[in-house]
Design a protein. Structure first.
Length: 125
């Protein structure tokens, strides 16, 4: 597993009036912006995941120190849908319903169709 996290040693209930997940905007080392969530993961305090991409941008690895500034993210989280994905949704309304029910994190993982890999699977197209 390639997961890292930062412990949030404060009460989310006192600061944000929330016990569970808290959507946040963070800035790591005053240079890398990130939208994520504080979550309680079988731990005494909430934690903030530190993605591999963020660690790469920071030049940090496991055990390195990182500074974090954060605030509650109250903006709506939206994902721009690529044109070819929108066409799939137009042809298959059930796929769009499934997509609309996905979390922001999963929605942002949906990428435009890669025509090169599609041609490799279907050489006649």
């Amino acid at each position: 597993m390639n997961a890292a996290f930062v412990e949030f040693p404060f009460s989310t209930e006192e600061l944000f009036n929330k016990k569970g997940q808290v959507k946040i905007k963070a800035i790591f080392d005053e240079k890398v912006e990130y939208r994520g969530s504080l979550a309680k993961m079988k731990s005494e305090c909430h934690i903030l995941g530190l993605t591999q991409e963020v660690r790469k941008q920071l030049g940090k690895t496991f055990g390195d120190e990182v500074s974090v500034s954060l605030l509650e993210d109250q903006e709506e989280r939206t994902v721009e849908i690529a044109e070819d994905i929108a066409l799939v949704f137009n042809e298959n309304p059930q796929a769009k319903v499934l997509f609309n029910n996905m979390s922001y994190t999963h929605k942002k993982g949906i990428h435009p169709l890669d025509r090169r890999s599609q041609k490799a699977r279907n050489p006649g197209e």
